[in-house]
Design a protein around this ligand. Structure first.
Ligand code: FMN
Length: 185
């Protein structure tokens, strides 16, 4: 590579680095059994981004899971603990949910339906035993878009029978991919 091109490439890289670092990122997720949280934490660590866990106020245990599954099938919004932060403070928003009956969770439905995504870049991720990711991502994405968000990427991570280390690696890879993406895309 010629000297001039090399310098140009270096400058571009520096600009990209600066843009990513001034982009304020947040990772909002719901997790019942901890797998989505593993991914969220790994992305957060890789991008040095803030984490916000959505708390479902549904009953815990089997009753909660059954009512949660029924809620998911209906595309319902569940009651969540009020969150003391404003999405307005962030440019890049990650949203993560487990897949429940091929749909997003009611807790994430609530968060998405209440937030204003105008002007935000959004990355979606779901974790799943092994199926239903496409529908879940599509449903999340439709609502985010209808509220002004721009979906720039989405990921599905299989957790059924997968070691936690492997799941964490996938989260790190998601973070790196965002770091390596051309600025603003
Ligand atoms: C109520 C319920 C419904 C689920 N439905 C699906 C499903 O449709 N497809 C799938 O692959 N996994 C399904 N799973 C498994 C979870 O998506 C998977 O274990 C996920 O990684 C759990 O994330 P979490 O540990 O963050 O809660 C379901 C789990 C629960 C509790």
């Amino acid at each position: 590579m010629g000297e001039k091109r090399k310098r140009y490439a270096q400058e571009l890289y520096q600009i990209k680095f600066i843009v990513i670092n001034i982009m304020n990122a947040v990772i909002i997720y719901y997790s019942l059994t901890g797998k989505t949280e593993l991914v969220a934490r790994a992305i957060g660590k890789t991008l040095n981004a803030e984490l916000r866990r959505v708390e479902d106020l549904r009953k815990k245990g089997v009753t909660g899971r059954i009512s949660g599954a029924i809620g998911a099938v209906r595309g319902a919004c569940g009651k969540i603990k009020p969150m003391d932060f404003k999405i307005d403070n962030y440019d890049l928003v990650f949203i993560g949910s487990p897949v429940w009956v091929s749909r997003p969770t009611p807790a994430i439905n609530t968060f998405i339906s209440k937030a204003n995504f105008a002007g935000k870049q959004v990355v979606l991720f779901v974790t799943m035993g092994g199926w239903g990711d496409k529908r879940a991502i599509k449903e999340m994405s439709d609502v985010v878009k209808s509220k002004g968000g721009k979906i720039i990427d989405s990921f599905a991570i299989r957790t059924g029978g997968v070691d936690d280390e492997k799941i964490i690696e996938e989260g790190i890879a998601i973070g790196r991919r965002r770091k390596d993406a051309p600025a603003g895309i």
